[in-house]
Design a protein around this ligand. Structure first.
Ligand SMILES: NC(=O)c1ccc[n+]([C@@H]2O[C@H](COP(=O)([O-])OP(=O)(O)OC[C@H]3O[C@@H](n4cnc5c(N)ncnc54)[C@H](O)[C@@H]3O)[C@@H](O)[C@H]2O)c1
Length: 342
């Protein structure tokens, strides 16, 4: 039985607590939040029988957990990582891995130093539609891939840390979409050109909107346009996607099963070749969303292996975020490897 210490009892902790409660290989040994009432409220809402704490280090000493669940805010993640890993705990953390790229690198160093796992939640990878879309892209069903485009437009009024942080869209949301792009293509990015902006009506202090053009290692262009300040006609939280290959195109609106069409082969010499709709293979994701990622992370710890969202891999998705921010600030193209090696 693995003993878990839940640290951070805000909004997203409900999703973790309810996913974890369904497992029979874990038990909660405590809940921690600097706001005692937040921890107390979650103990009661989830029917738990464990003590609450306001200090993670004291909670670790009192309860000797195996794993810390980090659901706190990004700016506090590095300090908490040091407390947890130096005390022998593995960490399952919410995204983003860190609030800046230097702190992401420091978390990897701590994971190496203490030989503890630090895995990151990327729940949007775990979805039957994503698995099927990815398979259509990577199996060659639409030919050689040249373009991946995504639109993300929503208008959440969160309040809290997102309203006052720099680059809330890129750091707190686009990290999901950039990570999904790497997952879909099975390739890594090389460079980015980005323009961040904040429309006049924005309720965010930092830039709530951005346009980014990434070039991937095989030359594929990944075109991202997104906004957290776009009233009306919202896209899915999973965004709307279009992939173009040498034989056809594949679309996913983020909600329904992806659709695809191929050029009719004997018609490609005509000026306007006809296309036919095709049905792509369905690839089931047995456990979706947070529960799926949590399952992989816990099973990896038990097996002594690394989950796909290990901090050493996840930093590449983070580097996309911080390369984009730097590109916008400097008004020029930025190489991803420079962000990773700086
Ligand atoms: N994967 C997803 O889909 C998803 C969705 C929402 C939020 N998130 C991520 O989850 C994290 C938390 O977001 P949220 O919406 O729950 O925020 P929140 O503000 O609702 O909750 C954060 C909680 O952490 C507590 N806290 C802050 N610093 C602490 C510390 N040092 N020790 C203990 N407790 C501390 C706060 O008091 C608060 O209760 C963020 O990184 C966010 O990006 C992920």
């Amino acid at each position: 039985m693995l003993k878990l210490l839940q640290i951070g009892c805000g909004n997203i902790s409900n999703t973790w607590l309810s996913s974890l409660a369904k497992r029979n290989d874990i038990e909660f040994c405590g809940l921690v939040d600097i706001d005692r009432d937040a921890a107390r409220e979650k103990v009661s809402a989830h029917g738990l029988q464990c003590p609450i704490f306001t200090d993670a280090a004291k909670a670790i000493k009192a309860t000797s957990p195996h794993i810390a669940i980090d659901n706190i805010i990004p700016s506090e993640r590095l300090a908490l990582a040091e407390i947890c890993m130096s005390n022998g705990l593995h960490v399952l953390s919410e995204k983003p891995l860190a609030d800046n790229i230097d702190n992401a690198k420091k978390i990897i160093k701590l994971s190496d130093k203490y030989n503890r796992d630090f895995f990151v939640m990327q729940n949007r990878r775990y979805n039957t539609n994503m698995f099927s879309y990815r398979n259509a892209i990577q199996s060659g069903r639409i030919g050689e891939i040249g373009y991946l485009g995504v639109e993300f437009f929503r208008d959440p009024h969160f309040g809290g840390f997102r309203d006052i942080m720099d680059s809330p869209l890129l750091i707190d949301m686009a990290i999901h979409t950039f990570d999904q792009a790497r997952f879909l293509l099975g390739k890594n990015p090389v460079s980015v050109i980005c323009k961040e902006y904040n429309p006049g009506w924005s309720w965010y202090k930092g830039n709530s909107s951005a346009i980014c053009i990434f070039t991937f290692e095989d030359g594929t262009i990944f075109n991202y346009t997104g906004s957290w300040c776009a009233p009306g006609m919202n896209t899915s939280w999973d965004s709307g996607w279009r992939t173009i290959g040498s034989k056809g195109s594949c679309l996913w609106n983020g909600n329904d099963f992806p659709t695809a069409g191929l050029s009719i082969l004997n018609d490609v010499k005509s000026c306007h070749p006809d296309a036919e709709s095709i049905i792509i293979d369905r690839i089931n994701c047995d456990i979706g969303g947070h529960a799926g990622c949590i399952n992989e992370m816990i099973e990896s710890i038990k097996a002594g292996s690394r989950a796909q969202t290990d901090c050493r891999d996840n930093i590449i998705s983070m580097a996309m975020v911080f390369a984009a921010i730097k590109s916008s600030a400097k008004n020029r193209e930025i190489q991803i490897k420079n962000i990773l090696e700086e």
